[in-house]
Design a binder for this molecule. Sequence first.
Ligand code: WT7
Length: 677
Amino acid sequence: MSKKAAAKKPAKAAKAAKPAKSVAKASTTSSKSLLVENRVFKPDAGFVKKARINSMAQYKAMHVESLKNPDKFFGREAKELTWSKPFTKVLDWKCPNAKWFTGGKLNVSENCLDRHLNGPRKTKAALIWEGEPGEKRVYTYQQLHREVCRFANVLKRHKVKKGDRVIIYMPMIPEAAIAMLACTRIGAVHSVIFGGFSAESIKDRVLDSGASIIITADGGYRRGAVVPLKKNVDDALKAKDTPVKTVVVFKRTGQDIHIEEGRDVWWHRELEYVDAKCPAVALDSEADLFILYTSGSTGKPKGILHSTAGYLLHAQMTCKYVFDLRDDDVYWCTADIGWVTGHSYIVYGPLALGATCLMYEGAPNWPENDRFWKIIEEYAVTVFYTAPTAIRAFMKWGDEWLKKHDLSSLRLLGTVGEPINPEAWMWYHHKVGGGKCPIVDTWWQTETGGHMITPIPGAVPTKPGTATLPFFGVDVGIVDDLGNEVGTNEQGKLVIKKPWPSMLRGIWGDKKRYQETYWSDFKGWYFAGDGARRDKDGYIWIIGRIDDVLNVAGHRLGTAEVESALVSHPSVAEAAVVGRPDELKGQGVVCFVTVKEGIKTGRDLSEELKKHVRKVIGPVATPDEVRFAAALPKTRSGKIMRRLLKQIAAGETLKGDTTTLEDINVIAALSAASGED
Ligand code: WT7
C-alpha cells in the first residue's frame, strides 16, 4: 500500500464509526432470538494506528495458530514471562486436568515487580490509589516491591509457608494488593473475600480453605460509612475450632475495635520487626496461586483454584492484546479486588505488564454522582474498565454529571460481568468515550481466570451487546444438549472445547465436584452455565446463566445459597429463590417463602428475612422482594417449578406447560401474594 493510501484509510475508518443500520427490537419469547443488531463500529482509526493487533486478518491468523499449534503459540508468548527455570513442555492435558508449562519455575511477584526494577519502570507509578474520603497515594514499582517484601517477611514471621492458605478480607486499599503479592512471593495461597460478605461467609471460607491467618483492616469506607471488617472477622472466629492462629489488622478507619491478645496484631507494628529483603521463591508452573470462592448451583460456594504460570500468562497477555496497555497508559479497573476481575485486572495482569494501575476505594456516587468522571479527569485515565450495572446507574443519574468533566484522555473502554444492553453500550460509547474509544465487552468467569470472548480493539469491529469473538487459544462451541452445534442465531449452551492456560485447576478440596460441575455435561468440553447464540458474522451473544445462578449487579449468587439462608430462619418452612429482570442490576432477587404453622406473615417478617439473608451471606445477597405463599408450585415428583416462579416474579402471564403441576391453585395464590403489602 502506498503511503498516501495508508494515510487515507484512517479517515474512512473513522467515518465508519457511525451506526450503519438501525436495530430491530429484541424478543425474548423464542429460543431463536429475533434480536438483530446491525450497527457495526469499526475500530477507531487513531486507535488502529497504534494497536498491537490492527487488522482482522492478523487477529484471525493468530487465533488459528493458537488453536492449531498451541505449543508454538503459547510457548512463544510464555517467553515474555520471567522464568527461574525454563519450562520443558507447554501442555499436558488429560481431561479434566491440565498442566501448562511443566518443568518450569517462576514467581508471580517477581514477574509483577522485580523484573521492572532494572529499567525506567523502577520509578514509574505502579499503583495510584485514591481513598473514598479523598486521600491519595502513589507507589512506584520500586516502592511497591519494597512494601511487598516487607509484608512477605511479616507473613514469614507468622510461620506462613509455601502452600499455606491466607485469607484476605480488606477494603480497596493498596495493602490488599500488597498482601496478595506478598503471598505469591513466598508461595502462600491467598483467598480474598469480598468486603460485602458477612461473618458467616467468612467462617465458611476459613473452614473450607483451612487458612491459618487472616489479613484484614479495622474497617473500610463505603458511601461515607464504615464497613466493620474486623468486627465481622471477630464474629466469624467465634466459631469453635477454626484453624486461624493470627489476624493481621491494618488501621484504616481508626474506630475502636476488639483486639484479641495472642491472636490479633497490627500491620504497622509488625512492619517494625522486619526488613525489606525477601527473595522470591521459585515455584513450579502448576503451584497453587489462589482460591477464590464463587457461587454455584448448590448451597455451598466453590473454592475455585488457580495456578501460577498459565494464569499469569493469560492475565498478562489479555492486558497486552485486549487492553493494549502501554507504558504511558493510566489504566483503571473499577472492580473490587474481592472478585476475580480485581485479581486479574487490577493486580496481576497490569503489573506483570509494567502498567500504571489506578485503584479507588469507594462508591461511584460519593460524595456525588460524578466521582468516577472526576477521577478520570484528574488522573487523565486512558483505559477504563467497568460493569454494565454501573453504566446503567450513570445513565440514570444523567449526563450533566459527565459534562462537568474532561474525559478526552480516554482511548479504550471495557465492560464485564453481564450482558450489556445495546442502549447502555451506545451511551457508554458516545457519552463516555466521545464516540472514539473502542469498547471491549469481555466475557469470562471466575473459573476462566481471564478474558475468553472479547473484541481485539484494533482489529475486530464491534456491535452493541456482543462480546464478539474468542480470544487466543479459546475454542468456543454453542451446542445443543447432545453437543451438536446449533444453527445461526439459535440459542445453545456455551462450551469451551480446548484447555486454556488460565483455566481453573480444580475446586478446593472437591475433585468430584470439579469433574461433575464443569466436565460432565459434554465429554472433554468445559461447560459453566451460560447460554449463547452466534450471529451470521460468527459473533457470540451471551444470553446469561442457564443454571440456578443469578447475576445481580455483576455478582454471582446461587439461588440455592439464598434458599438455604432463608430456611435457616426459624419462621421459614420452605423457600424458592429466582431472579427477575431488573433495570439497574440486571437481575433482582425474589424469594418465595412458606412459613411454619402459626407464623404471621407480612411486611415485618419480610423485612426480617431480608435482614437475615444479609446477615448469613452478606449485603451482596439482599433480596429485593419476599413473597409469602401457602405452598410452592411443585411437580408431582416434588420438584419446585422454577420456570413458573420466574414468570410470576417478572409479573408475566404464565406460559408453557403446567400439566405436571401438582396443584394449580397454588399458582393463583402465588401471583397474588406479596410480602410488601
Ligand atoms: C458470569 C461469570 C468475569 C468477571 C466477572 C464475573 C457473566 C461475565 C460477561 C459479559 C455477558 C457476562 C456470565 C458468566 N458474564 N462477563 N461480558 N457478557 N455475560 O465473574 O462472577 O465468575 O461470573 O458472568 O454469565 O458466566 P463471575
